[in-house]
Each structure stands twice: as structure tokens, then as C-alpha cells.
Design a protein. Structure first.
Length: 196
């Protein structure tokens, strides 16, 4: 009898672990289904942010939560704009790909520090957590909100100015639209090749 009870214990824990594993697989499956739909993902994210802002305006509170969410989103956006291997930190060790600095160098794609999907996923998670925080009164700290707005605008302007200077100095553009198109520089006097 003692052995039967002992065998029943791990089986119950195993059922719990299997259930958690199944939920995790289902969650990952839905994330994988959303991956190719960039426009609908970001539309849903902006709709969720709009609902959050609407909640803040209607409740007239939770400005600290909103400020923290804004700073976190700004941090994510900056990571999205910067290259994975920062050219400012390159000490000529030559162990990885670098951004081209001259027009005659070979094309290297822009690899982001924070990929687009992870950017979207972090925005969604943080906005949902901020929405949950607006349920609890302990996060509704009284504060003069115009000061927070001015702090955020100042922080945004300073960081974006620094980022744009970095982009100009190291000559990279974080947004590309398709493959680069090269002009055909063949000699027109040559006869075209004929398939035999």
C-alpha cells in the first residue's frame, strides 16, 4: 500500500506539468500564427494602447503607471532602432559583421538589437501589465501630471536627437523596404547571349 501511494504522487505532479506544457505549446502556437501578420499585430497593439490611454483619461489617475509605460516603450523603440552590433562600441576586433561605412563596401543587412516581433511582444505584455496595474489603488499615486508629460517630452527629444546623431555619424538607416536595386552597367555594344 505504501508503494501505491508513493507512485500516485509523482503521477499527479506529472499531470500538472503536462497541463502547463500543453498550455505553453498552445500559447506558442498562437504566437507563431500571429508572426507573419505585421500590420494586424501592430493595429491590435495600438488599439490596446488607445484603450489604456482612454482608461487613464476617464479615471483621471495612474499617471505614474502611464509615465513608466511610456519610458519603457521609448526604451524598446530605441533598442529597435539601434543595430545589434553598435559601431560606436567597435574596437576593431573583427569578430562579427559590421555596418558598411563607405558606398563601395559590400551590402550588409541591418540587424536590429531588438527584432520587430520581440518589440511588438514586449509592447503588448507591458501594456497589459499596465492595464492590470490600473485595477489596484496602490499604484494610483497622486502626482502633478503636467510635470510628468514635460519630463517625458524632454526625455524623448533628447534621446531621439542622440539616436539621430548616431545614425548620421555611422551612416545607417534602420528602415529598409525590400532588397536594394542596383543599376545595370553593362556595355550596350556587346551582343546579347543566345541560348543554344
Amino acid at each position: 500500500m505504501m508503494q501505491d501511494e508513493h507512485l500516485g504522487g509523482p503521477a499527479r505532479r506529472n499531470v500538472f506539468i503536462q497541463a502547463v506544457g500543453r498550455i505553453s505549446q498552445l500559447y506558442q502556437r498562437y504566437l507563431d500564427l500571429w508572426t507573419p501578420h505585421v500590420l494586424s499585430r501592430w493595429t491590435f497593439a495600438f488599439l490596446l494602447i488607445f484603450v489604456f490611454i482612454l482608461r487613464i483619461f476617464l479615471s483621471k489617475g495612474w499617471y505614474i503607471v502611464t509615465y513608466a509605460l511610456g519610458i519603457y516603450h521609448l526604451n524598446l523603440f530605441l533598442a529597435f532602432l539601434t543595430p545589434k552590433i553598435d559601431p560606436a562600441m567597435d574596437f576593431d576586433d573583427g569578430d562579427g559583421p559590421e555596418l558598411p561605412t563607405r558606398s563601395n563596401e559590400e551590402f550588409r543587412p541591418f540587424i536590429r538589437r531588438l527584432p520587430e516581433f520581440k518589440f511588438w511582444y514586449s509592447v503588448m505584455k507591458s501594456t497589459i501589465i499596465a492595464m492590470i496595474c490600473t485595477i489596484f489603488d496602490c499604484f494610483n499615486v497622486p502626482v502633478y501630471w503636467p510635470i510628468l508629460v514635460m519630463y517625458f517630452i524632454t526625455l524623448f527629444c533628447i534621446t531621439m536627437k542622440r539616436q539621430i546623431k548616431h545614425m548620421i555619424k555611422y551612416r545607417y538607416l534602420p528602415f529598409t523596404h525590400g532588397k536594394p536595386k542596383y543599376q545595370n552597367h553593362e556595355d550596350t555594344s556587346r551582343s546579347p547571349l543566345v541560348d543554344v
